[in-house]
Design a binder for this molecule. Structure first.
Ligand SMILES: [Zn+2]
Length: 141
């Protein structure tokens, strides 16, 4: 057996794959120089209609899917010093509708803070009690 829901379709059945090359700007961690590199991607374009054999679950999944790009290249060779380095992994998947107006890093971080911070209580709960409160009373009966 392969998947727990045996009948549901693999995500790849919903997309048409198109290879493409995009320029990416990356900074070499060794020499700190930034250059453009041709990076191979595959563009997953959502199909016009559901493939045959789709069930209700597939229909719901299909409705939520968006076109995206998946990076194939994992590393590049620095044009300046020849050192091979890894492309940061947070750049390995992009939704096509993000390509138009990519938010800058600051906006992104503010969003992350807003999403994770607000409702959470401070991790440090209470200060330790001073010793005089925890020390055992002596003498009294
Ligand atoms: Zn370099």
């Amino acid at each position: 057996m392969s998947y727990d829901r045996g009948m549901s379709l693999d995500e790849r059945a919903f997309f048409t794959d198109r290879p493409e090359t995009r320029q990416g700007k990356y900074t070499c961690p060794k020499c700190r120089r930034t250059n453009d590199y041709p990076i191979r991607w595959v563009r997953r374009v959502k199909k016009d209609r559901l493939p045959g054999g789709a069930d209700e679950g597939d229909r719901a999944r299909f409705a939520k899917l968006k076109d995206y790009l998946l990076r194939l290249d994992e590393d590049v060779v620095c044009k300046a010093c020849g050192k091979k380095f890894e492309i940061p992994s947070q750049h390995s998947l992009m939704f096509v509708d993000q390509l138009a107006g990519l938010p800058n890093d600051e906006e992104l971080e503010a969003e992350i803070r807003a999403a994770s911070g607000e409702t959470e209580p401070e991790p440090e709960a209470k200060p330790a009690l001073p010793a005089r409160f925890t020390r055992k009373p002596t003498g009294w009966k």
